[in-house]
Ligand binder design. Structure first.
Ligand SMILES: Nc1ncnc2c1ncn2[C@@H]1O[C@H](COP(=O)(O)OP(=O)(O)OP(=O)(O)O)[C@@H](O)[C@H]1O
Length: 235
């Protein structure tokens, strides 16, 4: 398993945002669902070593997030919820910048590959600030996969995209999920059904479901995922 999470906990002041969660994930796309404020982004930030955990731990490709953060970052690509980008940089320039951080060999070849893979070709000579939201998401994804990490953490990668862009990004995530371990946070149940093999539902910092979509449905009277989600989290 590329990801192993053990009793991971985050406390902000008086609030337990993530309450001793444990799970494993291997190749495929794992949907990471939960209502607003459930603790999804906080979990993703701990897994990517952006914030320290309060207790518990997690391993990414066998590396401990507390003791081996550089090894974790080498093996992980992260698209944060707000997709922060340098808007004054040109698309290719921003990719070269990220390639430099990772110390990639033959960066030009890899940048060309990733531009092709993410469909950025027609926009590659623009400044990021001139791009539409969908293309900015593609740049965020391109930067996340540039160093070819085994694990991808995608925090609401399709929020605010038009249906055409949505389909394109989902196809890309599905393709990447054939060989990589992907944790995908989203509020769009259709998206989960389209791209995820398994789902974890988190509510008030605790895991309330962790199963395949097929099992979840059969254990819940074949209800829609939306109904199952509301039943498990509306309290
Ligand atoms: N830096 C912080 N300081 C204090 N509390 C925080 C901080 N970051 C998050 N929280 C709180 O922790 C809880 C979990 O937040 P988190 O952003 O992880 O939720 P989420 O599941 O990603 O929500 P959403 O779906 O709205 O993005 C929330 O109650 C939030 O207010």
């Amino acid at each position: 398993m590329s990801i192993r999470v053990e009793a991971l906990t985050k406390v902000y002041g008086q609030q337990k945002a993530v309450n001793s969660i444990s799970f494993e994930a291997g190749t495929g796309v794992l949907g990471f669902l939960g209502p607003n404020g459930a603790g999804k982004s906080t979990t993703m930030k701990m897994l990517t070593c952006f914030i320290p955990q309060t207790s518990g731990t997690a391993f990414v490709c066998g590396f401990d997030i507390s003791r081996q953060p550089l090894d974790v970052k080498r093996n992980i690509g992260y698209l944060p919820e707000s997709n922060p980008l340098y808007t004054d940089m040109y698309v290719k320039e921003s990719m070269a910048f990220v390639a430099g951080i990772h110390g990639l060999h033959e960066p030009d070849k890899r940048i060309a590959e990733v531009i092709e893979q993410t469909g950025l070709g027609p926009e590659q000579h623009k400044k990021i600030g001139q791009l539409s939201k969908g293309y900015r998401q593609r740049v965020g994804l391109a930067q996340a996969i540039l160093h070819n990490p085994q694990v991808l953490i995608l925090d609401e990668p399709t929020s605010g995209l038009d249906p055409n862009q949505l389909v394109g990004i989902r196809q890309l995530i599905t393709e990447l999920g054939k060989t990589k371990t992907i944790i995908l946070s989203t509020h769009i149940m259709q998206e989960v059904e389209a791209v995820c093999n398994r789902v974890i539902i988190i509510n008030q910092g605790s895991i309330v479901a962790n199963d395949t979509l097929v099992n979840l449905r059969s254990q819940n009277n074949n209800n829609t995922l939306e109904h199952i989600f509301i039943g498990l989290t509306n309290n």
